[in-house]
Design a protein around this ligand. Structure first.
Ligand code: IVH
Length: 692
């Protein structure tokens, strides 16, 4: 290739990849299949290897590889990175105190207009300064002591939402963007679940996950931990045309430049706006996708910020207003065992009561034996308890320095509980499983209780009023053995139970009656088949349309359902192979539990089941997503690249290399009418008849 052509191609590839990257990491939208992204990425890598003169600092390839050979280099901050005063009062009055202070310092009287503020979240991670010169990311540093930090550029490159180049044709000469690197809760949970499964150490909390990854010397390690970034301010700025004059406008401008900025922020007048923001976020704190430890209030106008200045290392124009902590220390009093719906024995920490994440916690999960071993948690230890979001409280670590002397013994589930504490059945730990399990099945009252609670749950049969206490009594008094017996309960029986007034018994009977009219998806979910959650239940219902078809399904038939793999398929087959379970299902139907059935997608699933199709170019009427949905609804898979295993290539206008590849490999090529014909009803009826 001639040089100008290479340069043009390399530039085009970078722009395209950066666009996909931004969509994926900042906007949360995947607009190309992974395979296509990889292909473009490799093409760029190959060109850069061949023509090193075209390597640039904003190339997405800069994010891969790289070794930090020695320690981090120390960097002097052009503008010190300050800390922020914390308003210790967790009540709304914290905002009033801040406003009163600001007004006093500005010499404002009672009759002067309210001050304009910006309010945003206090992210819980690691503060980072990103230095862009002429629009290019040159250096990323930690806060350090505020005067000097460490150069962590290589690790920061692994945070994909941080742009390598600012999105503007006329970038400021120097623009330092400050913000927080953090880990989302779902990324944290997923990472820990994976580590737990692999028997590897887990992260204590998202903050340590973020801070630990960035301070890792090995960028490859950092790359494995999914990190995010939010911008909250500026450092050194030089040559920024039409530079914003308020904090709020600065964040808007940074967002336009491609920086990730959190949407949860406001500007408003006076303490009232701050209080409203504080309370709004407090109410939604648990449902945010990441941890915060409070909110931050800032005087909005930079001019006023300058006027207010600093005391020691803290600006007078900003304050952090905290929420109750999500981690606390307490004592581990004992380890109890809870038997779950599937018989798993879960160790539960009994704790000295402690106020954490807004509630008093006395129990927290220890997950399983491996986790106890890894964290080396022992009865009598001082432990860190964490409660964040709607997740159940968890013991994250033992404080070994505070361990009693002599050290208490290690805790071993199988040794402590050779028999199930609920039913006396054997406890086993199967090869490759982290859980110890009771072998009692539905003989075990604990498993029966959990099965009933699950059955009656809001997302299952939704029987309002059939909660914990009642299920305990029903099982303990042997009134209910299987979910089917719920429908045999009489008003008299219920009214005779503890804490059951006539009125609530009547209501419950009514709720049980109402629950008989349900949907197939709810019913399947309610059965409590192992590995079949709500989403899978919906997929199964949609696919089969009728319970009997599901019961009769073969492994191959089950595998044709979206997202059903061999483990789920086996669980379903095993469940319906058990005569007891079929009996319960039949009793439920006999009791009048019903739903509307349909023919499902089973016939059409036969047509493209097991077939792999590749889409290329634009089709005359169908969007890419629509074509994909149709193929998947017919049981087919859509792949990103053509191989010998591809069954059909569906090609539209401007089809490129994939079409050529198909022709080279002799893979049949269809146009849109061809695809539709393949999916057409008369075609599939024929196919269906052949199946019979
Ligand atoms: S502003 C001069 N805004 O809190 C003010 N800081 O104690 C500088 N932080 O090290 C900070 N979210 O890591 C600011 N929205 C936010 C923040 C925030 C988290 C962290 C930051 C800083 C610490 C200050």
């Amino acid at each position: 290739m001639a040089s100008p052509d290479v340069l043009a191609r390399v530039t085009a590839l970078r722009q395209e990849l950066e666009r996909y990257n931004y969509a994926y990491y900042v906007l949360d939208q995947q607009i190309v299949p992974d395979a296509e992204y990889d292909r473009l990425f490799r093409e760029l890598q190959a060109l850069e290897a061949e023509y090193p003169e075209f390597v640039t600092l904003d190339s997405p390839t800069r994010r891969v590889g790289g070794k930090q050979l020695v320690g981090f280099e120390v960097v002097h901050h052009a503008v010190p990175m300050l800390s922020i005063r914390t308003e210790t009062d967790t009540e709304a009055s914290g905002a009033q105190a801040f406003d009163a202070r600001v007004r006093r310092e500005l010499g404002l009287g009672a009759n002067d207009p309210p001050v304009e503020y910006a309010a945003e979240l206090k992210f819980d991670g690691l503060a980072i300064n990103l230095r862009y010169e002429h629009g290019l990311l040159l250096q990323a540093t930690t806060r350090g002591d505020g005067e000097t930090g460490e150069d962590v550029t290589r690790n920061i490159l692994k945070v994909h939402s941080i742009p390598l180049r600012l999105n503007t044709g006329s970038p400021p000469v120097v623009l330092e963007v400050r913000g927080e690197v953090f880990m989302r809760r779902d990324d944290f949970e997923r990472y820990n679940a994976k580590q737990r499964e692999a028997g590897k150490p887990t992260l204590v909390n998202p903050r340590n996950g973020a801070a630990g990854s960035i301070r890792q010397l090995d960028p490859a390690m950092a790359a494995q931990r999914p990190l995010s970034f939010f911008t909250y301010g500026l450092g050194e700025v030089q040559g920024w045309k039409n530079a914003p004059v308020t904090h709020g406008a600065a964040l808007d401008a940074l967002e336009k430049l491609g920086m990730p900025v959190c949407g949860e922020r406001i500007t408003g007048l006076g303490a009232a706006a701050l209080i409203a923001f504080h309370d709004d976020i407090a109410a939604r704190r648990d449902s945010l996708p990441f941890d915060i430890d409070g909110v931050v209030y800032k005087v909005n106008r930079f001019e006023l910020q300058r006027e207010l200045g600093f005391v020691t290392r803290e600006p007078r124009w900003a304050v952090a207003h905290k929420y109750p902590a999500q981690e606390q220390l307490t004592t581990l009093l004992g380890i109890d065992i809870q038997v779950g719906r599937t018989g798993a024995l879960t160790p539960v920490a009994r704790l000295a009561p402690v106020f954490v994440g807004g509630v008093t916690v006395t129990n927290a999960t220890l997950h399983n034996q491996d986790e106890i071993d890894r964290k080396d948690v022992r009865v009598g230890d001082t432990v860190i308890v964490r409660r964040a979001g709607d997740v159940i409280p968890e013991v994250v670590a033992a404080v070994i320095e505070r361990r009693p002397d002599p050290a208490p013994p290690r805790f071993d589930i199988l040794q402590a509980y050779p028999a199930c504490p609920e039913c006396g059945s054997h406890v086993v730990r199967l090869e490759g499983e982290s859980a110890a399990r009771c072998t009692g099945g539905l003989y075990c009252p604990a498993q029966r209780k959990q099965a009933l609670l699950h059955f009656a749950g809001r997302r299952a049969m939704d029987i309002e009023g059939l909660g914990d206490k009642l299920v305990d009594q029903l099982v303990e008094r042997s009134l209910v053995h299987t979910p089917a017996e719920v429908y045999e309960l009489s008003l008299d029986t219920l009214a005779g139970l503890e804490r059951m007034a006539e009125k609530s018994a009547t209501n419950l009977i009514a709720a049980i009656g109402t629950s008989k009219t349900t949907t197939l998806a709810r019913f399947i979910f309610a059965l409590g088949i192992r590995n079949v959650g709500e989403t899978t239940a919906k997929d199964l219902s949609q696919h089969f349309g009728s319970l009997d078809k599901l019961i009769a399904a073969t492994e191959a038939g089950l595998l044709a359902v979206r997202d059903v793999g061999p483990i789920v398929a086996q669980s379903i087959i095993q469940f319906f192979a058990e005569p007891h379970n079929l009996e319960v299902v039949n009793k439920l139907r006999a009791a009048g539990v019903h739903w509307t059935e349909n023919t499902g997608m089973q016939q059409s699933s036969g047509i493209l089941a097991g077939k792999t199709l590749v889409l290329t170019g634009s089709l005359p009427t169908l969007t890419r997503d629509a074509a994909k949905a149709k193929i998947e609804a017919a049981g087919g898979k859509v792949a990103g690249s053509v191989s010998k295993k591809t069954d059909y290539v569906v090609a539209g206008e401007e089809a490129g290399s994939k079409l050529a590849k198909a022709q080279e490999l002799g893979v049949p090529v269809l146009d849109e009418p061809g695809l539709l014909a393949l999916l057409a009803p008369n075609n599939h009826n024929e196919q269906h008849r052949l199946d019979l």
